[in-house]
Design a protein around this ligand. Structure first.
Ligand code: F6P
Length: 545
């Protein structure tokens, strides 16, 4: 404990010193090439450049020491050993089991979960094959052409991100998948106006199988199918719904036959579930092989996280650098900037992954964290953001940190001359990514002669950033990238002493809105609800009335 305190103190002193220096001084100083080279890290085809972070090699060594003292290596081994790290729910966090290679041996402690996930993956492959081959048909006997995946949060963001990224990355689309999450039905409405009800399969994805957003969307979708096909919703549940959940008894009660159910264990949290049966819509859209490749990329990152020395371990490095920015340099927000339009859904995916996991101040064991924890994660496709909020980043008053994510090579099956243009666009995008990373770091100093600094339009610079370059964007690299962020989040949770696997802060909102919904649907009066479930504050009362 004493050692940990001393390391923290040293890091605070480092931060004080580094706050007095600019990134220009660090990046353009006498030892600039040595520094840049030492802050490059690699795993397979993924390159992580941390040289534009506001730290020195000494800082990094201290951060690694800090991580060791906080127990990162031990807890990582506990995670993979199946220890119940999710203490509030008294269970392990076994999302990595869902991407365990079939036939590879697994430690005894997680063997049961690995086996269960593998069995469900085989069942998933069978169902996907049945649908693709036209053996599983809609209730009127027509083959399935479209899937409407209904889920929210982790039951939506992961598969939607993967479907969209890889669908646009040239993977052949076998069936069209459409994603519906918003509880207001607004995403469902246009689908009901365009899809053929006879050839549309509903994928009902919900770990708990009780989330109202999803339940209401399914109810509406079933009503549409029933009305259009003149078949009862009971019958439709038997033939045109595929259920995915950790609660088979609720799928039974809903009327989905066991043969149309896929399960995943309670030990896989919603925001970590894309690897499980929740990913069935990815497999339906892009094929089982692509889904398997995604899993193998993620598994390769698991192995790297477990085996690589800390000083070269990408998840540990990303975790400690992020914590350095938030806790020691006190930078409150972190930008995610993919320089590839196919990664459009990465920022919202990471918002849930990071903020639902580590957006907590109560430490495991109920004490209050004495330092700040998860930063606010925000972002957009980098080139689009350049025309929107970069103004604030460059000349506003806020400090930010950022991850730039770029793709070096693009393969297309477009015709020769179109291909040439696309290659030029990839180069243009990379040029923008690297230029912006420099501008974030150096500000006006990025320009030789420092002309701009003499005007009153100075670029602030000093915004630390990491550049992550994927050689290509494919199922394997996407799997590895997402697992990298999952483990980064886990590393930070250890540094901050919080449980990243629960989400108690989302419950109260659900309770209050259930009560108000009863008022709006005429089942209870406002007075009843305000004298019972909700505090009678004048603002809320006025809105309700
Ligand atoms: O309310 C938050 C949350 O529980 C997320 O953690 C989860 O991903 C989402 O709701 C959806 O939950 P479910 O998959 O149980 O419908």
């Amino acid at each position: 404990m004493h050692k940990l305190y001393a390391t923290n103190r040293q890091l605070e002193l480092q931060a004080q010193n580094l706050r007095r220096q600019t990134l220009s001084e660090l990046l353009c100083g006498a030892d600039k090439s040595v520094r840049a080279e030492r802050l490059q890290f690699y795993f397979d085809s993924i390159h992580l450049d941390a040289s534009k972070q506001r730290l020195t090699e000494e800082t990094l060594e201290l951060l690694l020491e800090w991580a060791l003292q906080c127990g990162v290596e031990k807890q990582r081994d506990d995670l993979f050993g199946g220890k119940a790290l999710n203490t509030s729910e008294n269970r392990a966090a076994l999302h990595f089991s869902a991407r365990w290679p079939i036939n590879a041996s697994a430690p005894q402690s997680i063997f049961g979960t690995v086996k269960f996930c593998a069995e469900q993956r085989q069942k998933m492959a069978h169902l996907v094959q049945q649908i693709h081959s036209g053996k599983w048909r809609g209730v009127t006997g027509e083959p399935i052409t479209d899937i409407v995946h209904i889920g929210v949060g982790g039951s939506d963001l992961g598969p939607k991100l993967v479907s969209e990224t890889l669908g646009d990355a040239g993977e052949r689309r076998i069936t069209s998948a459409h994603y519906v999450s918003t509880m207001d039905g607004s995403q469902l409405l246009p689908l009901m106006q365009t899809l053929n009800p006879a050839t549309t399969l509903l994928v009902l994805a919900s770990k708990s199988f009780s989330t109202v957003d999803t339940q209401f969307n399914v109810r509406t979708a079933l009503a549409w199918l029933s009305e259009q096909l003149s078949i009862s919703t009971e019958e439709l549940r038997k033939h045109q719904v595929l259920g995915v959940s950790a609660r088979p008894e609720r799928m039974d009660a809903f009327g989905i036959p066991e043969s149309h159910q896929l399960q995943f264990p309670e030990t896989i949290g919603g925001r970590f579930s894309v690897w499980s049966a929740i990913g069935v819509s990815v497999a339906l859209e892009l094929g089982m092989e692509t889904f398997e490749t995604l899993l193998s990329g993620a598994h390769a990152m698991d192995q790297h996280f477990q085996k690589a020395p800390s000083a070269q371990n990408l998840p540990i490095l990303l975790g400690i650098i992020g914590a350095w920015n938030t806790q020691f340099l006190k930078i409150p927000t972190h930008l995610v900037l993919p320089y590839d339009g196919r990664l459009n859904k990465l920022p919202p995916y990471l918002q849930q992954l990071e903020m639902e996991s580590n957006g907590k101040t109560v430490r495991a064991g109920s004490s209050q964290a004495s330092q700040v924890t998860c930063p606010i994660i925000w972002g957009d496709i980098g080139p689009n953001a350049q025309h929107a909020f970069y103004q604030l980043v460059h000349q506003g008053s806020h400090e930010v940190s950022a991850d730039f994510i770029a793709v070096a090579k693009r393969t297309t099956n477009a015709s020769c001359s179109v291909s040439e243009h696309l290659v030029a666009q990839t180069k243009l995008t990379l040029a923008n990514c690297i230029a912006q990373s420099q501008l974030f770091a150096l500000g006006d100093d990025a320009i030789t002669g420092n002309l701009a600094a003499t005007t009153d339009k100075g670029y602030r610079g000093n915004q630390p950033n990491t550049v992550i370059i994927l050689e290509t964007l494919d199922a394997w690299s996407l799997g590895a990238l997402l697992a990298l962020y999952e483990h980064k989040v886990f590393v930070q949770s250890i540094l901050w002493g919080i449980n990243p696997f629960d989400q108690p802060g989302v419950e109260l909102g659900k309770k209050l809105s259930t009560s108000l919904y009863q008022v709006f649907s005429g089942n209870r009066t406002a007075s009843e609800v305000f004298s019972g479930d909700l505090v009678d504050d004048s603002s809320t009362r006025l809105l309700v009335e």
